[in-house]
Write a protein that binds this ligand. Sequence first.
Ligand code: HEC
Length: 140
Amino acid sequence: MTNAQKWVAAFLLLFVILLVAAKLTTFSDNQPAEDYTYTETDNQETNSPAGLSLINKVGCVTCHGQDLKGTKMAPGLYTASKYWNRNDLINYLRQPSSYDGDERFNEYRQKYQNIVMPSYGNIDVKDLGKIADYILSLEE
Ligand code: HEC
């Protein structure tokens, strides 16, 4: 190896180390998800299945019902469009526990004791956007 080759090798190694370090440090699961403003482009150029199939795949139907009209475990989602806009709904899905709630949620907590709406911060926001779009399109 010439001196020049050694330098190149050293820089490559440094680069790889920095890359790994960056990956490790940005991945902190305990941080509360930051609010994020979603744009229409979040919906473009993904090949993932659209809203309803995601909802089935992720398992929202287990609690909210095959028809999303509610079960003993969770409320129906047909009224959600009255209360949520797209952004807020996505942020809610990412971290339901941080949602302060209101009368409606106080009732939910009475009614669905011991059942907690899981947080879906691990799902790609683009997919959460599709899920949100689908839920907001539901009409009674
Ligand atoms: C383990 C059961 C469970 C699963 C799985 C679940 N939820 Fe929920 N969800 C609940 C409960 C219970 C509530 C009522 C709020 C509360 O108790 O915090 C709720 C509330 C909601 C609300 C608010 C309803 C309103 O009137 O504003 C939305 C929207 C919602 N869930 C969507 C989803 C979506 C989308 C999924 C799948 C990605 C999902 N949920 C999966 C149990 C569940």
